[in-house]
Design a binder for this molecule. Structure first.
Ligand code: BES
Ligand code: MN
Ligand code: MN
Length: 461
């Protein structure tokens, strides 16, 4: 039935998603504030069309939150669908083969049926829109045996600064049994998987200041500390020869997996050669004693995300710069705490700076790691739904990315989440040429109604 519905409506499902993808809802750049609101209005209109009630844009100090619901009977189980309609910046534009906000379909090796190329195609507009279309189908065909609430935000890509307070203020409205989120990846199109955890994040910006002005690099070079040289060395020193992070205490809270848990994690198929080929790298890199799945799933990391300072214009300008800057992210695993990690980073960073420079560490947004249960009714409903649509049992995996609000759902709303993602890690999220497989988009729409059906039945028993 759902398959027929998808066949009949395939083109319209694509056209509507394309309309959403054309709106450049970049949350990080205030030049796009109006477009962010347009994307919110678009989701609102489509939720109303599909049959949701009480659909509203809740304004925040930042971008609005779209809320809508369909309550059949308060005694039925309730699913809270969370996702985000904002996207990452698309720069540098010249690295895109087609413009980021003019969606186009192209075939790729892993998407032989075609993929939609656009910023936000996979992260997260394509995945959010699957839920809107699955809801439309269930409403039209009287298939919904649960209550549904939708909460789609516009600030996920900037750390969800206003969603936490919104949740705390609206606990009653958001009452539910589980949060359903499609904003993660599967292993491959023929290997479905469900993330059973996400890493946390600690994000800082650092500033290293040397002399009070840019200096002539001939007159002063060699006699005054160069902030860029120093910063580069400080960053490099934060990994040792085994690529362990050298910040004292960094690993103290890390939850080590038991041998059994580690074996289970490594049951997930992983093709190292395909991984290297996709990234065009000669070899992988990382912490000694752990493989790639472990390095991204269960181990914490430290990465410089950007570094700048001095002269970077055309030609040369011989200066010893006054300042150097960097943005640094640390991915965290259970039971690390982002505030503690930010604190010890700051202490360490200040302690390794030589006397010739001053340093400042500015914390940005953070988020806590989460583990989601794989024996809950909601997980089992999701597992069975994928079994039906893919013909294979999904494998539980650990996602390397972060969705900081998930920990807050647990802490403040008492709700566990199911990370029901249909993207692929190779879909170039946050990169140029982001895309989402048409197969994945339609498979998501097909699978979601099975989840509701299973969840309602399993909850009733
Ligand atoms: N959808 C991603 C997170 C993700 C991607 C998890 C793939 C698992 C697999 C999300 O939109 C994201 O990019 N989160 C940011 C969080 C940050 C901006 C606070 C991240 O992980 O960098
Ligand atoms: Mn996302
Ligand atoms: Mn993202």
């Amino acid at each position: 039935m759902i398959k027929e519905y998808i066949d009949i409506n395939r083109q319209r499902f694509l056209d509507e998603l394309f309309d959403l993808l054309r709106i450049p809802s970049i949350s990080a750049d205030s030049a796009y504030n109006e477009d962010v609101v347009k994307a919110a209005e678009f989701i609102k209109a489509k939720l109303i069309e599909a049959g949701a009630d009480k659909v509203e844009l809740f304004p925040t100090e930042g971008h609005p939150i779209v809320y809508g619901e369909k309550i059949f009977d308060p005694s039925l189980p309730t699913v809270l669908v969370y996702g985000h309609y904002d996207v990452q910046p698309a720069v540098p534009l010249e690295l895109w083969d087609t413009p980021p906000f003019e969606p186009t379909i192209r075939k790729t090796e892993v998407h032989p049926d075609g993929a939609i190329f656009a910023r936000g195609a996979c992260d997260d507009k394509g995945q959010v829109y699957m839920h809107v279309k699955a809801f439309e189908y269930m409403m039209k065909n009287n298939k919904l045996a649960c209550n549904v609430k939708f909460m789609i935000e516009g600030e996920e890509e900037v750390g969800s600064p206003n969603l936490g307070p919104f949740c705390i203020k609206n606990k009653e409205m958001l009452k539910a049994d589980v949060v359903l989120i499609s904003d993660t990846s599967m292993i491959a199109n023929d290997i479905p998987s469900i993330d059973s955890g996400l890493r946390g994040l600690s994000y800082v910006e650092v500033e290293v200041t040397g002399p009070n002005r840019d200096l002539h690099s001939g007159v002063y070079g060699g006699a005054v500390a160069n902030p860029i040289n120093i910063l580069a060395k400080m960053i490099a020193s934060m990994h040792d020869e085994n690529n362990h992070i050298t910040i004292p205490g960094f690993y103290d809270q890390v939850l080590e997996l038991t041998a059994d848990e580690r074996t289970a994690l490594n049951k997930a198929p992983f093709d190292l050669e395909a991984y290297k080929k996709d990234l065009n790298i000669g070899d992988v890199w990382g912490e000694t004693g752990f493989n790639t799945l472990e390095r991204t799933g269960i181990r914490p990391t430290l990465d410089c995300n950007g570094i700048w300072g001095g002269y970077t214009g055309e030609g040369s300008k011989t200066v010893l710069p006054s300042k150097a800057f960097a943005k640094i992210s640390m991915r965290l695993v259970p039971n690390q705490d982002s505030h503690t990690i930010t604190e010890i980073f700051k202490k360490h960073f200040e302690s390794i700076a030589p006397a010739g420079v001053k340093v400042e560490v500015r914390p940005h947004h953070g988020g806590e790691p989460v583990v989601t249960p794989i024996d809950s009714v909601a997980y089992l409903a999701a597992e069975k739904a994928m079994e039906t649509s893919f013909g294979k049992t999904p494998i539980p995996t650990r996602g390397g990315g972060s969705i900081p609000i998930v920990a807050l759902f647990e802490k403040e709303l008492g709700l566990k989440s199911v990370l029901f993602g249909f993207g692929l890690d190779s879909d170039a999220l946050h990169s140029p040429n982001e895309h989402y497989g048409i197969f994945n988009y339609l498979k998501g729409i097909e699978t979601i109604p099975y989840f509701y059906e299973n969840f309602a039945k399993m909850k009733a028993n």
